[in-house]
Design a protein around this ligand. Structure first.
Ligand code: PGA
Length: 253
């Protein structure tokens, strides 16, 4: 069975004081079992967050990682640095990185390689825009985005990584994909992984992201191929985030 994972992507939000309050609230209400929970604060807050999380089960992830190990790359943060301050995971290829900062499929694949080289587990974000969905291209887009990574690293290189399906039209819009829409794409993603290797299909966790809230989480997470969520806005409120974590824990059987 795949243990559900709920990851909070804080994006460009927070402060030392606000983060501390949020973390205390989350830690106080973490489900005892049945779900892994992760937070992904902005890079400058990773180290202080690691200190706050010490001794808890909460996982720490970054929102992005450099393709480069070290050197003259002003503004970049390497995977080894993420590991050094306590990150076990990093998002890569989030749609905001792809659309606002020019991360191409090749860049995302290079980030995957860089993360794995430093033993940081990538959460590969993929998903179609509204135009792509309306044009009937959803499956082709998702297949291309995942394929770019899978073809580069192969089955062994991919094993243990996490996929997050996030339809761009559902991110931050309040317009969640229906559980049926999400499940359909998750099943296709799992089929693509299974075609590469049966175990990869069975074991890879595929998260859904895009306007997940306490109120819609249980329905989404009850679907066969949805193994938890990547949560933006709702991860900034401890109560709402915990309700989502509880919903995921309730689907683990
Ligand atoms: P949202 O963001 O939950 O605010 O829609 C999800 C994400 O971008 O990871």
């Amino acid at each position: 069975m795949r243990l559900p994972l709920v990851a909070g992507n804080w994006k460009l939000n927070g402060s030392l004081a606000a983060n501390r309050e949020l973390l205390q609230g989350v830690i106080a209400g973490l489900p005892a079992a049945g779900v892994e929970v992760m937070v992904c604060p902005p890079a400058v807050y990773l180290a202080p967050t690691a200190a706050e999380l010490a001794g808890t089960t909460l996982l720490l992830g970054a929102q992005d990682v450099s393709t480069q190990d070290q050197g003259a790359y002003t503004g970049e943060v390497s995977a080894a640095m993420l590991r050094d301050v306590g990150c076990t995971h990093t998002l890569i290829g989030h749609s905001e990185r792809r659309t606002l900062f020019g991360d191409t499929d090749d860049v995302v694949a290079a980030k995957f390689v860089a993360a794995r080289a430093a033993s940081v587990q990538p959460v590969v974000c993929i998903g179609e825009t509204l135009e792509e969905r309306q044009a009937g291209d959803t499956m082709a887009v998702v297949r291309r985005q995942l394929g770019a990574v899978l073809n580069k690293v192969g089955v062994d290189g991919f094993a243990g990584a996490i996929v997050a399906y996030e339809p761009v039209w559902a991110i931050g819009t309040g317009q969640t994909a229906t559980p049926e829409q999400a499940q359909e794409v998750h099943a296709a993603i799992r089929a693509q992984l299974a075609a590469a290797d049966a175990k990869l299909g069975d074991r890879t966790r595929i998260l859904y992201g895009g306007s997940v809230k306490g109120a819609n989480a249980a329905d989404l997470f009850s679907r066969q191929d949805i193994d938890g969520g990547l949560i933006g806005g709702a991860s900034l409120k401890a109560g709402e985030f915990l309700a989502i974590c509880e919903a995921a824990a309730g689907t683990d059987s």
